[in-house]
Ligand binder design. Structure first.
Ligand SMILES: Nc1ncnc2c1ncn2[C@@H]1O[C@H](COP(=O)(O)OP(=O)(O)OP(=O)(O)O)[C@@H](O)[C@H]1O
Length: 583
């Protein structure tokens, strides 16, 4: 129903597929919701007897999923040689965290697909310009209410409900060009009825989008706060959207020829207070505070006028939304580049955007590094333009891009990164090996002692890569491997025999570790000092001999303490090792 021209173009594109591969392998059907875009795609598939595969917004549409489902469907022929129509519904919503990389994947598939692809979108600017350039764009318009009437009547007949002409007309007009809404309204109104009159619709009629304009009128033309609030209650707009409507239209409505801005100023003060509440709602997730926000924005705007503003005003949709829609593809492109940088540098999106993007952009200034950066990140020509800050894809950029593609072709199959980003392998010298592989004394079966490296031989050691590069694990002082059968005391003994130039093994003590502490005084000294100061104050014997005159309880406890400290002092060997006392 309706959209004749759009349907014709769509059909013509499909006919091209019947006889080969058309120049544009994919089509974008775009326009408002509920006007038959998805239905047209399915109808086309049925008319031409094509198999249909649909990926809609409820499916997770990451790059991986799209490549798996649409990619393989696009590159394989059907069993009987017919075509397979791939429908990507709500394609303008493929963004954000979950669908990251999805747009790139779609662009890649469109370039090489052997099967027709249909992208469906409400907002064409929600798609990247790369995708838009690859596709044929077909615009679908709202369905006119007079076109809806026969279709609604047909549905009534099929359902065995009598609908009066006025009732059907009323539903059609109320739908605002959205046939899905009209059908929903018809179903809601006719539910459980055999006849449907216009009065039945009055109560169940939907609050269509156009009502926002009526609500604007109530807010700006009257000073009745209650009525203004009521007009916003049944709207399909949350206070977060409504505030943009009021913000956009307040200065239009309260503009005065004499240039007096007082009413506008007062109105904006209320809007800003409402905005504070909206912020709190978001932060605390306390939606009860929406009522204060609504009250402030609606009543504030209505009561801020000091005089009446008669005459017709054409209320506007929030321009912020339009601007966001227009810049969305740019923001998407930036996020795509940032995600590639993040992937390459193992950094977050946030860090990559704020700290790294500038560096990568500078690397594009030198032609040689630009080719390598482009290849390594897998930049598209448009992304290259964005990152280099060029408005047009000049010859220089095109050359960089082409060379990067060549580089990628050449490195296909190789797993290595281009040299530019390769980390040079550190030289491995014998000294390093000695440090990381302590030598221990081990005894063979005959009781002969031998010096043995704690690490396995280089050739058989999995921690050493082929080119002799050290792995991460090797960089740390891992305690030497100890044969399982040995008792703990034996292990300690073996550990004690570690040669002086090798690192000391960590004692199995929660509070000690073998790292040298050069700037700190040796623990034992400080403990000794403390203890001797206590002892000198208490004047107690310095050994375990019992006091001849009978030591006081206090003194004996000090003696115990000294004894214990002696233990601690012993444990504190070697001197620079940290102990419990240090904490
Ligand atoms: N022009 C039309 N002719 C016939 N039926 C239509 C038309 N528009 C919408 N419908 C009916 O409305 C319902 C919704 O249509 P459809 O899903 O095709 O809309 P859409 O434009 O793809 O909307 P959205 O953008 O929300 O996906 C379908 O059940 C379809 O039968």
């Amino acid at each position: 129903m309706g959209n004749k021209k759009a349907v014709q173009d769509f059909r013509a594109w499909a006919e091209e597929w019947q006889s080969g591969i058309p120049e544009r392998r994919a089509v974008i059907l775009y326009g408002p919701a509920g006007i038959g875009k998805t239905s047209s795609a399915h109808a086309l598939g049925r008319d031409l007897d094509w198999e249909v595969i649909e990926l809609n917004a409820s499916d997770q549409r990451t790059a991986g999923v799209i490549e798996k489902v649409a990619g393989s469907a696009a590159s394989m022929n059907t069993f009987f040689g017919g075509k397979r129509l791939i429908i990507l519904d709500e394609a303008d919503n493929i963004h954000g965290t979950a669908d990251r990389g999805g747009m790139r994947a779609i662009a890649g598939i469109i370039k090489t697909t052997l099967q027709p692809i249909v992208l469906i979108a409400n907002d064409i600017y929600g798609l990247t310009s790369t995708i838009r350039n690859l596709c044929l764009e077909i615009k679908f318009g709202s369905v006119q209410s007079r076109s809806m009437v026969p279709a609604l009547k047909k549905v009534c007949e099929a359902e065995g409900v009598y609908c009066s002409q006025e009732a059907v007309l009323h539903i059609a007009e109320n739908a605002g060009g959205d046939f899905r809404s009209a059908m929903n309204d018809l179903q809601a109104a006719a539910n459980g009825k055999e006849t449907l009159e216009v009065e039945d619709i009055g109560t169940s009629g939907r609050d269509v989008k156009e009502n926002i304009f009526k609500a604007m009128q109530k807010i700006f033309k009257s000073t009745d706060c209650k009525k203004a609030l009521e007009s916003t209650r049944g709207l399909d707009e949350s206070p977060e959207d409504l505030v943009h409507w009021i913000d956009e239209n307040l200065p239009i409505q309260y503009a005065r020829k004499d240039g007096d801005l007082e009413d506008i100023r007062t109105g904006f003060e209320y809007i800003s207070k409402a905005d504070l509440y909206l912020g709190r709602v978001k932060k605390r997730q306390n939606y009860r505070m929406w009522r204060y926000a609504s009250m402030l924005m609606v009543c504030g705007a209505a009561l801020s006028k000091t005089r009446q503003y008669p005459g017709f005003i054409k209320y506007q949709q929030p321009s912020l939304w339009r601007r966001l829609g227009q810049t969305r593809s740019k923001r998407d492109m930036r996020d795509n580049i940032v995600s590639k940088i993040g992937e390459h540098s193992f950094e977050s999106m946030h860090y990559s955007r704020n700290n790294l993007m500038g560096f990568y952009s500078r690397m594009l200034k030198d032609e040689k590094s630009a080719v390598e950066v482009t290849a390594t990140l897998g930049l598209e020509l448009e992304e290259l333009m964005y990152l280099s800050g060029s408005a047009k894809p000049g010859k220089k950029l095109q050359k960089i891009y082409d060379e990067a593609q060549k580089l990628l072709e050449e490195s296909k199959g190789k797993t290595e990164e281009p040299d530019f980003f390769k980390t040079p392998a550190p030289a491995v010298d014998n000294k390093q090996k000695t440090l990381s592989c302590p030598v221990i004394i081990s005894e063979d079966e005959k009781g002969t002692q031998k010096e043995v490296s704690a690490c396995k031989s280089e050739a058989s050691d999995p921690q050493l890569s082929e080119d002799g590069q050290k792995t991460l694990l090797m960089g740390f002082n891992t305690p030497p491997e100890i044969p399982e059968k040995k008792e703990t005391s034996e292990i300690k003994e073996t550990a004690g025999k570690i040669l002086p130039d090798g690192p000391k093994p960590a004692e199995n003590n929660l509070f000690s570790y073998p790292a040298p502490l050069p700037e700190k005084k040796p623990v034992s000294e400080s403990v000794e000092k403390k203890v001797s100061s206590i002892l000198s104050k208490k004047k107690v014997p310095t050994n375990r001999e019992p006091s001849k005159q009978g030591a006081s309880d206090e003194a004996s406890s000090s003696a115990d303490m000294q004894d214990n400290t002696g233990e601690v002092l012993k444990k504190a060997e070697p001197k620079n090792q940290k102990t419990l006392f240090d904490f």
